[in-house]
Design a binder for this molecule. Structure first.
Ligand code: B12
Length: 323
């Protein structure tokens, strides 16, 4: 295993052998077509960059080996703030909002199978998409990508944003958990609504607190309300800063925007039985909503959304977009 960061000059063709030589038998997953960051990671080696400045015959490969698991560092609130500013600088222009919280706040309320296996003072960051994410980020994404992948295009787009974030902040050790990730037994890896509530992003109205909302009904889902966006947002995931602890992080309670029980019951029922008409999103006054294109997109069942992509591409093709 390589233990220091160096630049290696390799002759064309010897890349693979040379990497074996340098890195030992662990480095087994290099593809003959080239070298990739992910190969190095999956081989347990660390990040690896391939740079070919003009000359094909002498690629420069820099290997940054995986550090020994970093010991967690405790940060002051001020130090953490500068990390959060860096995250926000990357995600906010793409239409996301971020909310920090501590893993312990989340683990304290969920049942044991949903608990996250990190120190209770580990900092996590909840990410939500606001209405503008669709036009700012998703439209450029579909214009610039040939979406043959079977996965949901929104999920792919958000994955790309998050992996850029990871690259942009490669000094930070992070685990990313998307809202759509499930364990093999189909249990969600993160309860996005609970995370949104404990992070202070959006208040979770739970059916168990409004019994008549669930009387004689199927098991109802709770619904989150954002103080400015009502229901016009989605929870995209959590970034766990796995070696960053901040036990003094001040806790911001979510804003209880629906003051009466009857209105909360109505919101829960609208969400469960009439979500396609979006009335649940409007139970409080909001500052921004999904555009018509976006509403059409999200009100179309996931299996049929791909059919809308060519129409969106045609409509926005004049835009000079950069992802
Ligand atoms: C599974 C799922 C579904 C299933 C629901 C199956 C079912 N009936 O259970 C299906 C596919 C039907 C579905 C549909 C929809 N969903 Co859905 N779904 C999810 C998903 C992936 C997991 C939810 C889940 O299984 N929770 C598990 C249960 C056990 O959690 P729970 O009931 O909240 O219980 C926990 C809390 O009570 C907590 N807890 C206990 N005590 C306390 C105390 C406090 C104070 C707190 C805060 C918490 C807390 O602990 C419990 C667990 O131990 C989430 C995303 C995610 N990763 O969370 C989205 C999610 C809930 N869905 C969402 C949406 C928008 C929808 C749809 C409108 C369609 C859509 N995707 O656009 C529809 C509408 C719902 C409907 N009418 O059916 C949004 C909700 C946004 C919001 N504003 O709240 C989410 C968060 C996805 C997202 N990316 O934003 N969904």
């Amino acid at each position: 295993m390589v233990r220091d960061s160096k630049l290696y000059l390799l002759e064309s063709g010897e890349t693979r052998d040379r990497m074996f030589h340098l890195c030992g038998a662990e480095m087994l997953k290099l593809k003959s077509t080239g070298l990739h960051d992910t190969d190095a990671r999956s081989a347990g080696l660390g990040t690896l960059r391939l740079d070919q400045p003009g000359s094909r015959s002498s690629p420069v490969i820099s290997i940054t080996p995986i550090a020994e698991p970093e010991s967690p560092s405790s940060l002051s609130v001020q130090e953490l703030r500068s990390i959060l500013i860096q995250i926000s600088r990357i995600l906010a222009p793409q239409g996301f909002e971020i909310y920090p919280y501590l893993v312990g706040w989340y683990n304290n309320v969920v049942e044991p199978p949903f608990c996250l296996q990190y120190d209770k003072d580990t900092v996590a960051v909840l990410v939500i998409s606001t209405p503008s994410m669709f036009e700012r980020t998703f439209i450029p994404f579909i214009l610039n990508n040939d979406l043959k992948d079977l996965r949901d295009p929104i999920d792919l787009c958000v994955m790309k944003c998050f992996s850029r974030l990871r690259k942009g902040l490669d000094n930070l050790d992070m685990d990313i958990i998307h809202d759509f990730e499930l364990h093999p037994n189909r249990r969600p890896k993160i309860l996005a609504q609970t995370a949104a509530h404990v992070a202070g992003a959006a208040y979770l109205y739970q059916p168990k607190h409004y019994p008549s909302a669930s009387k004689n009904q199927k098991k109802l889902m709770g619904v989150c309300m954002h103080p400015k966006l009502g229901g016009w947002f989605a929870i995209r995931g959590c970034i766990i800063l796995k070696t960053t602890l901040c036990r003094d992080l001040p806790r911001r309670p979510p804003v209880n925007v629906i003051r009466s029980d009857i209105d909360a019951q109505t919101a829960i029922e609208l969400f469960n039985f009439h979500w396609r008409d979006s009335r649940f999103r409007d139970v409080i006054p909001v500052v921004e909503k999904y555009s018509e294109d976006q509403q059409l997109y999200f009100n179309t069942s996931p299996g049929k959304r791909k059919e809308l992509l060519p129409l969106l591409k045609e409509k926005y093709k004049h835009l000079e977009t950069e992802e």
